[in-house]
Design a protein around this ligand. Structure first.
Ligand SMILES: Nc1ncnc2c1ncn2[C@@H]1O[C@H](COP(=O)(O)OP(=O)(O)O)[C@@H](O)[C@H]1O
Ligand SMILES: [Mg+2]
Length: 411
């Protein structure tokens, strides 16, 4: 006679299911009847069905989470064990590159050490961590994610894995920083007004006084030379202040239809006539278009781009100014053969400069001007080195004006 197979108490058992053997209430083994087997079989089928149902529900849940969120699972050391498609897409890595890699490859270096330490401490003791993190994608760009990290525990109550669910908040962060920038600009405007009054006017006075004194001295005296130096420095200081003022309190753009040829002519002439840049060749390419613009403001922005390009070229080689079109936009771009932009910084940030005598305001003004024209600025890294900055400007609506301007059509 077969005896009933026994299983340890804590192992999952399907109640009422016995494998060809049943026992009566006194525990005496006996052969199972056909009826009992059929009943057991039905019970098994019901269990299977509810298991399948649970599986479907789990798959649905996973599908929903994958649709809504960026999901990753790491081990306790931060080694990635699972990523969903959204994770790959936002980080710009292939799945193969991520699995087995340390999650720290996404670190952007933005958050202080204490921030990260606190995160690891929190999940290490089994608590959920929530916060906003800036990560670096494979191509070096940054993205922000609202992050919830849930520790998954083992039987002893220690974290076994970490499940991270994130949502992309890059756009919100961008708008927030724009608001902060606006606020800063407003304050800068107030400060600029004070500077204009308290500093610029006295500077003009000093410069005038130096001239008067110089005239009273013999022309060949060494004092005249020294006074000349002082005056030059005062004028340079005045120029920096003018740059700051025009950035902090830009004049309202006075828009009118104008040909791109007219816009690029002045800044190109300024650079080609500057003896410091005599070894640089400035080329003009592309067609001519009519745009609606403030030629002076736009010309100043182009001049800033040209000077940056010439400086990136170390005052040699070729700089190309190109007028192009793109659907409903005209592009004015300046390309150099320089070393490319410094990594991981916002070059448009006011006062950011890597130059000894730089103001860091050139690109801030460029962006400001592009936006005042309803346009934007694009940056491309060129193959074989060099950078292209493009002003992307809207073209006027109306068939006539969209056509290339007359000068270009003659050709
Ligand atoms: N064409 C370029 N190639 C490489 N780096 C550039 C270029 N244009 C700008 N940059 C970088 O951006 C910084 C900010 O430029 P900008 O706002 O014009 O200020 P500044 O020219 O006074 O430094 C520069 O100091 C330089 O590091
Ligand atoms: Mg500059």
């Amino acid at each position: 006679m077969a005896s009933r197979p026994s299983h340890p108490r804590d192992e999952p058992s399907l109640d009422g299911v016995d494998w060809g053997v049943a026992s009566d209430e006194h525990g005496h083994g006996r052969e199972a009847t056909i009826g009992e087997l059929e009943a057991a079989n039905r019970e098994l089928e019901r269990s299977n069905a509810s298991l399948a149902q649970a599986n479907i529900e789990l798959a649905d849940l996973k599908y929903a989470i994958d649709e809504a969120s960026i999901v990753a699972i790491t081990d306790v050391k931060g080694v990635i064990a699972y990523v969903n498609d959204r994770f790959c897409k936002i980080s710009k890595y292939e799945r193969d590159e991520l699995l087995g890699a340390d999650h720290r490859i996404l670190n952007s270096g933005y958050h202080p050490k204490e921030f990260m330490r606190n995160l690891w401490r929190t999940i290490g003791r089994g608590s959920v961590w929530r916060g906003e993190i800036r990560n670096r994608a494979k191509d070096g760009t940054f993205y922000w994610v609202d992050t919830t990290i849930v520790p998954l525990m083992d039987r002893t109550g220690k974290p076994r894995q970490y499940l991270a669910i994130r949502t992309d908040i890059t756009e919100r962060k961008r708008v927030e920083s724009l608001l902060v920038q606006k606020e800063t600009m407003a304050q800068l405007g107030t400060m600029a007004a004070v500077i204009a009054h308290e500093v610029k006017n006295p500077l003009a006075g000093i410069s005038g006084a130096i001239q008067v004194i110089s005239k009273r001295l013999p022309a060949d005296s060494s004092e005249v030379r020294i006074l000349g130096d002082i005056r030059e420095r005062v004028l340079a200081l005045n120029q920096s202040l003018t740059a700051l003022l025009s950035f902090a309190r830009p004049r309202v753009a006075q828009l009118r239809p104008v040909s791109t040829k007219e816009v690029v002519a002045h800044p190109m002439m300024v650079v080609t006539n500057d003896p410091r840049y005599e070894h640089v060749e400035v080329q003009l390419r592309g067609k001519d278009f009519t745009i609606v613009a403030d030629p002076e403001l736009l010309g100043q922005a182009l001049l800033n781009l040209l000077i940056n390009a010439v400086q990136a070229n170390e005052e040699r080689g070729t700089v190309v100014v190109e007028v192009g079109q793109r659907e409903r936009h005209v592009t004015l771009s300046v390309s150099d053969q320089g070393p490319g932009l410094p990594e991981g910084v916002d070059v448009f940030q006011p006062f950011f400069t890597t130059k000894i005598a730089g103001t860091g305001l050139g690109l801030a003004v460029v962006r400001q001007t592009a936006e005042a024209h309803g346009g934007s600025v694009e940056i491309e890294r060129l193959e074989g080195g060099g950078t292209r900055f493009s002003l992307v400007l809207p073209r006027p609506v109306g068939a006539d004006e969209i056509a290339p301007a007359k000068a270009a059509r003659k050709r």
